[in-house]
Design a protein around this ligand. Structure first.
Ligand code: NAD
Length: 319
């Protein structure tokens, strides 16, 4: 079987594919392939398996460029893949759920702490030589114990964030389309979206990007939130209406935001970069050595399983 990999990923998954005797081609570009580059690569190499990343747009044109039978994405999110086009062509799509849950949940917790405690702002302040001695009201932040955390999307990552923050003494509210027994047992409260937004001191977003979650938070939602509220997004950029967020931060409708993902990545609204109450990171929530190795292994294994006639463990279904 021929396997095309759109960008170099940690070796473990590539090794699996080589050891299985597949003919492997990894893009030599140190960056995201343009659509034209990807199509050219696929048309000349003609792979049956495609290992892609969340930065690739995988649509009907891509699928039709080669006899692709399986598309394994090195990510848990799959909003970059046209699942309908895959289904119509009988192409199996797999992803890497679970292995990045802890990494992203730990990162999100760090985001909550750094925003509430103004760590980045304080670092900039100190480096700028502005520290002239202890002051009683310098850079006051938010105490977390006793505050209300609102989790939007209580799946794998949302649940783990809720558990960590519950252990820190926060009260947890969650909104999801389904009940979450683990969180119910922990004493978290399921709420409708509006109530959660009105009550939460910190709102953390963990829904996947779907048609139903595009601009899940926009002007109307920001108006409902407390003016002291902090917002964290480590899910996908377009889940938040970035222009409306800039407006909400500028007018003081909410107090601060931590963004790991952006509406038009890698572009970032310039206004966000100017705000002291905003922390920006370059889509690194899952970036631990352990997790990236496991993602590589899982993506590689799904192609090996498929080639051996086994149903891969983590197939994405359209429904
Ligand atoms: P998951 O599927 O386990 O959880 C998603 C939850 O959202 C589910 O419980 C689902 O019921 C809920 N949901 C779906 N649509 C909803 C709606 N309209 N309203 C309310 N709830 C809804 O996924 P996960 O593993 O927890 O990952 C969540 C997302 O995080 C991924 O889809 C991905 O986009 C993002 N992610 C980002 C990074 C990063 O590097 N920043 C890393 C990993 C994952």
């Amino acid at each position: 079987m021929k396997v095309y990999v759109t960008r170099r990923i940690p070796e473990v998954g590539l090794k699996l594919l080589e050891e299985a005797g597949f003919e492997l081609k990894v893009s030599e570009k140190d960056g995201v392939l343009s659509k034209e580059e990807l199509l050219a690569e696929l048309r000349s190499f003609q792979p049956e398996a495609l290992l892609c990343l969340l930065t690739d747009t995988i649509d009907a044109e891509v699928f039709d460029a080669a006899p692709i039978k399986i598309c394994a994405t090195y990510s848990v999110g799959f909003n970059h893949i046209d699942l309908k086009a895959a289904k119509e062509r009988g192409i199996v799509v797999t992803h890497t759920p679970g292995v990045l849950t802890d990494a992203v949940a730990e990162f999100t917790s760090a985001a909550i702490f750094s925003l509430a405690k103004r760590i980045v702002e304080a670092d900039k302040f100190t480096r700028a030589g502005k520290y002239k001695g202890w002051e009683p009201t310098l850079l006051l932040g938010m105490e977390l114990k006793g505050k209300v955390l609102g989790v939007l999307g209580a799946g794998r990552i949302g649940t783990r964030v809720a558990q960590i923050m519950h252990a820190m003494g926060l009260k947890v509210l969650y909104y999801d389309i389904a009940h979450n027994e683990t969180l119910d047992k922990m004493g978290a409260q399921m709420e409708d979206k509006d109530t959660l937004l009105k009550r939460a001191d910190i709102v953390t977003v963990h829904v996947p990007l779907l048609d139903s979650t595009r601009h899940f938070l926009s002007e109307k939602e920001f108006q409902m939130m407390k003016d002291s509220a902090l917002l964290i997004n480590t899910s996908r950029g377009p889940v938040i209406d970035e222009q409306a967020l800039v407006q909400a931060l500028t007018t003081g409708q909410i107090a601060g935001a931590f963004l790991d993902v952006f509406e038009n990545e890698p572009e970032i609204n310039p206004a966000l970069k100017e705000m002291d109450n905003v922390i920006l990171t370059p889509h690194i929530a899952s970036a631990t050595r352990e997790t990236r190795d496991k993602m590589s292994e899982m993506a590689g294994q799904s192609i090996v399983d498929f080639a051996n006639g086994k149903t891969p463990e983590h197939v994405v279904s359209l429904d």
